[in-house]
Design a protein around this ligand. Structure first.
Ligand code: FE2
Length: 384
């Protein structure tokens, strides 16, 4: 709805953000400030082994660590973390990692004070209205530049009751504080840097193209895209490039804020494809991006031209087409698979099921071109 609101809009804005090299050192005083004395750190085993948290943990006396979060986290992960939270008498949560630990941490935070199961809070069945503000404090510390979950209101968890990645979404789920330290991403390998970076880029693109009215987010998505276009390839080719890493972490942060406006068909499809815990979320988005832009071209021509201009292209009146070509070239230059058929664990014979699950996902509701199962199946065929 680029021209103006057709209804009363609601703008909720993010949280306290501590950003910069070495910001992780601010974790103990930020916990103190929130009155958290017995925090639970929700993370994964790989991150504990990496030693990234070690020095900081040593400065927090009564800390408990749960390192059992899996990629594409499940209800089981959340229940296991919840049991540790209760047993240790915790009074606050730190989500430390990529999108999976931070989302799992948000889900633990929700269940700490809300009865029932996560499925009761599914955004597609009105669950957001059942989420109250009485949640324990939470600090999110991203170790990738991609997800934006540190400034997002939602968490995605695989639930057996819905058979899909299910979103719980509420402004109350925004982490109390985000600590964004680009130094934490210096050791991220090239493929993961590329996959997470393309997730961030997709957030900026999809939110800018989404149909809801949110000029604040529109401006933020354009600046996020500019920073990501500047930092992505450099951070992939030289992981120790501190300026590129800082660009990417801020770009991902802005991408995360921008999708308060909404996302689109790419995220519905990648959620569906990842519903069995397969495929890296950002990598699936990267593969789908040029196909989805082609799908949306007729409905979002003007805005796609603006995005192309933001990436330094499309000043000759052919911006929308340039944006598609640019994303194809970018994908070809990154160490990522280029077709869905190259992604392990997803199955072309299940395209009909993925299309149905994508229609059940909330993200496509703001997509510029309306979606149905048939058109989504065709889009997946295109990208396979
Ligand atoms: Fe995403």
């Amino acid at each position: 709805m680029p021209g103006g609101p057709d209804a009363i809009s609601t703008f909720t804005f993010p949280n306290r953000i501590r950003f910069g090299a070495g910001a992780i050192g601010e974790l103990p005083p930020e916990l103190e400030r929130l009155g958290v004395h017995r925090p639970l750190v929700v993370t994964d085993a790989g991150l504990v082994a990496s030693g990234l948290l070690g020095a900081t943990l040593a400065r927090i006396p009564a800390i408990t660590v749960f390192d059992g979060v899996h990629p594409n986290p499940t209800e089981r992960d959340v229940a296991d973390a919840m049991a540790v939270y209760r047993e240790a008498g915790c009074d606050g949560i730190v989500g430390f990692g990529g999108g999976s630990p931070i989302d799992a941490a948000k889900a633990v935070r929700l269940l700490a004070t809300h009865p029932g199961r996560l499925a009761d809070y599914d955004v597609t069945t009105g669950g957001s209205d059942r989420i109250r503000p009485d949640l324990p404090p939470m600090i999110a510390v991203p170790t990738t530049a991609g997800t934006g979950s540190e400034v997002g209101r939602g968490a995605l968890i695989q639930l057996p009751q819905t058979g899909r990645k299910t979103a719980v979404l509420s402004p109350f789920l925004l982490p109390s504080v985000a600590i964004c330290d680009p130094e934490l991403t210096l050791g991220l390998p090239p493929a993961l840097t590329a996959g997470t970076g393309m997730d961030a880029l997709t957030h900026c693109v999809e939110s800018f193209l989404s149909t809801s009215y949110h000029p604040i987010c529109d401006g933020i998505s354009l600046e996020g895209l500019r920073l990501i276009a500047r930092g992505l390839e450099s951070s992939v080719s030289d992981g120790s490039d501190r300026a590129a890493r800082a660009s990417m972490m801020m770009g991902a942060l802005l991408g995360g804020i921008s999708f308060h406006k909404g996302l689109g068909v790419i995220h519905s499809l990648s959620h569906a494809l990842g519903s069995e815990g397969r495929g890296h979320h950002g990598t699936l988005n990267a593969i789908l991006l040029p196909h989805a832009l082609r799908f949306n071209l007729g409905a979002a021509r003007e805005r796609m031209g603006l995005l192309a201009a933001q990436m330094g292209l499309g000043r000759n009146g052919d911006g929308p087409g340039h944006l598609i070509t640019l994303t194809e070239i970018l994908l070809a230059r990154l160490p990522l698979p280029r077709r869905l058929g190259d992604v392990e664990g997803i199955d072309r014979d299940r395209i009909g099921i993925y299309a149905r699950l994508a229609m059940e996902d909330h993200c496509h509701r703001n997509n510029p071109r309306p979606c149905d199962e048939e058109s989504l199946a065709a889009l997946l065929e295109d990208a396979w």
